[in-house]
Design a protein around this ligand. Structure first.
Ligand SMILES: Cc1cc2nc3c(=O)[nH]c(=O)nc-3n(C[C@H](O)[C@H](O)[C@H](O)COP(=O)(O)OP(=O)(O)OC[C@H]3O[C@@H](n4cnc5c(N)ncnc54)[C@H](O)[C@@H]3O)c2cc1C
Length: 511
């Protein structure tokens, strides 16, 4: 490994919502943000469609929001964390609005609120229909671009942590194109904000940069991980053969969109009287069963939204048109895709992990907010709340760093590209979807653990792939250990009628 670098900047791994919000909060403390691609791309945050859950209406309250969060999480949510996050939600919305986020308002200036699945009331603030993520990110990027304490290193990835025992004192970095050597960067504090694990699966709604690498590198350093088995699969990813799959936001179902199979049946009602607005895991399993039975599920918004589609849901409309479907006049083919990781690096109410010098926020962290099943639109909210709390805690712990110490890190010229390990990545993604997906069994999970371990042993030279494998293994092992179904984690070896249906439809031996 090449010689190490040193900085007094706080290093933030990632450049999504959690990272940008934390960087602003840390100001004037000097920060170095690591982004694999141009900042603003490669982050799930910019793709968020629905919005941010927050009790903004007079009929609503943080307590009701917390109750819905706890109910959706299937008994695994930490109630104190749910109370804390929901009580802070309103302030974050007001501050994003003050930064210039153009939240949708009605004629009286009240926030327009979407009703999403498993919320007891309309509660999701939105921006220009389905553009919440990109518009919020736009405002944060504008603020960061004029914040002199923040340096952004683009085209670079974190591949590891520098640690001694339980103390983290730096990160290991390399150029994202694989060229050149890995280098250690010693720093006073590291905040992980590297997003989720969607790209570990063959079908995902996440950008391709989001594939569990940051979770994996934390595991290698010995950080405690919690609830890794809980992966949320989105029921209505648009099935037009694209990778990643574009998303058809849940707000479409909130607006009256219907799920139909090829026989014209409203199949979601069979699984739950709430039908299309049942919790995400229930709807996902219904869609999955229809797919496996060959009854091509679709989302039909023609009657509910029709010609207003382009104006109310421009992002979804554009994705459909790219795939040759006009959603105002044709049903949208849908599939189930890995969407959100409830588990992650265990973090407390201040984003502190089990290792000193290491904090985590956003999707890479597990704070206990989501339990076994995230309530819709609580993801952005969690990133906001814990980015701020982690930043405040970091400020206290690295008080002696000088705000004037702003020497920029020079990571050197990019070396020529080294080809990605595409075949191995494809094998990993296929096996995760097959054996650690919507429906799981002991046999499949044992096979997954075995195959992931084999992949790790045959690709020891590729640290980024190894990080992916460590994350995948943590998910598979936790899923194997949890023998009973819970929220998004569904074990078909449990004895009930739906399980048998799904088992017959899905558990195939590998060819
Ligand atoms: C299509 C879609 C729609 C969604 N809609 C909503 C919604 O409406 N409401 C809601 O609340 N949530 C929604 N979510 C979830 C929400 O967007 C995420 O949970 C949230 O944005 C996570 O923010 P983050 O900052 O933790 O991660 P991200 O925004 O994903 O950022 C992670 C960052 O880490 C970087 N990174 C990855 N690997 C490395 C590495 N090795 N080294 C350095 N950097 C790395 C990435 O490039 C990226 O910059 C949606 C997600 C998707 C995919």
């Amino acid at each position: 490994m090449a010689e190490f670098l040193e900085t007094n900047r706080v290093v933030i791994v990632g450049a999504g919502l959690g990272a940008l919000y934390a960087a602003l909060e840390l100001s004037p403390l000097p920060v170095l943000m690591i982004s694999p691609v141009s900042v603003g791309s490669g982050a799930s945050s910019a793709w968020a469609q629905g919005g941010v859950a927050a009790a903004m209406a007079e009929y609503d309250s943080p307590e009701a929001h917390a109750e819905d969060t706890i109910a959706a999480g299937a008994g695994v949510v930490d109630p104190e964390i749910a109370a804390l996050v929901t009580s802070e939600a309103r302030n974050h919305i007001l501050e994003l609005a003050a930064l210039g986020t153009p939240f949708d308002r009605d004629a009286e200036g009240r926030y327009v609120l979407n009703h999403e699945a498993a919320h007891s009331a309309p509660r999701v603030v939105r921006v220009r229909g389905d553009q919440a993520g990109s518009k919020i990110m736009e405002r944060l990027l504008a603020a960061v671009s004029v914040c002199p304490s923040v340096q952004i290193l683009e085209g670079v990835v974190a591949t590891g942590l520098c640690s001694e025992g339980e103390r983290v004192h730096g990160v290991e970095l390399m150029h994202a194109n694989g060229g050149g050597e890995r280098r250690q960067l010693l720093c006073p504090a590291v905040l992980l904000a590297g997003g989720g694990v969607g790209g570990l699966y063959a079908k995902t709604t996440n950008p391709k940069e989001i594939r569990g690498e940051v979770l994996g590198l934390a595991i290698r350093a010995g950080a405690e991980v919690r609830d890794a088995e809980f992966v949320q699969f989105h029921p209505t990813a648009i099935d037009l053969g694209l990778d990643p799959c574009p998303l058809a936001t849940e707000a479409l179902r909130g607006a009256g969109g219907l799920l139909l199979n090829s026989e014209g049946e409203r199949f979601a009602l069979k699984a739950d009287p709430r039908g299309e607005l049942a919790p995400r895991d229930i709807v996902a399993r219904s869609i999955f069963a229809e797919e496996q039975a060959g009854r091509a599920p679709v989302l039909d918004v023609r009657a509910a939204i029709g010609s207003e589609m382009a104006e109310r849901f421009p992002t979804v409309t554009a994705s459909c048109l790219r795939g040759g479907i006009d959603p105002a006049h044709e049903p949208i083919p849908v599939t189930v895709a890995a969407h959100y990781h409830m588990g992650g690096v265990a973090a407390d109410a201040w984003g502190r992990t089990s290792l000193s010098g290491l904090w985590a926020c956003g999707e890479v962290a597990c704070t206990g907010l989501h339990g076994a099943n995230r309530l819709a639109s609580n993801g952005l909210l969690e990133a906001l709340v814990f980015a701020r709390r982690a930043a405040n805690d970091i400020v206290k712990s690295v008080r002696n760093c000088s705000a004037k110490d702003e020497i920029e890190i020079d990571f050197g010229e990019t070396a020529p590209d080294v080809p990605h390990n595409d075949a191995a990545i494809a094998s990993l993604r296929e096996l995760m979807s097959r054996d650690v997906g919507v429906v799981r069994t002991q046999v499949g999970l044992e096979r997954a653990v075995h195959e992931i371990t084999r992949l790790m042993n045959t690709h020891t030279h590729d640290v980024r792939f190894l990080n992916m494998c460590y994350a995948a293994l943590a998910i598979a092992e936790a899923a194997l250990a949890r023998e009973a179904s819970c929220g998004s984690h569904f074990r078909a070896d449990e004895c009930n009628a739906i399980a048998q249906d799904l088992t017959q439809a899905t558990v195939r031996e590998p060819t």
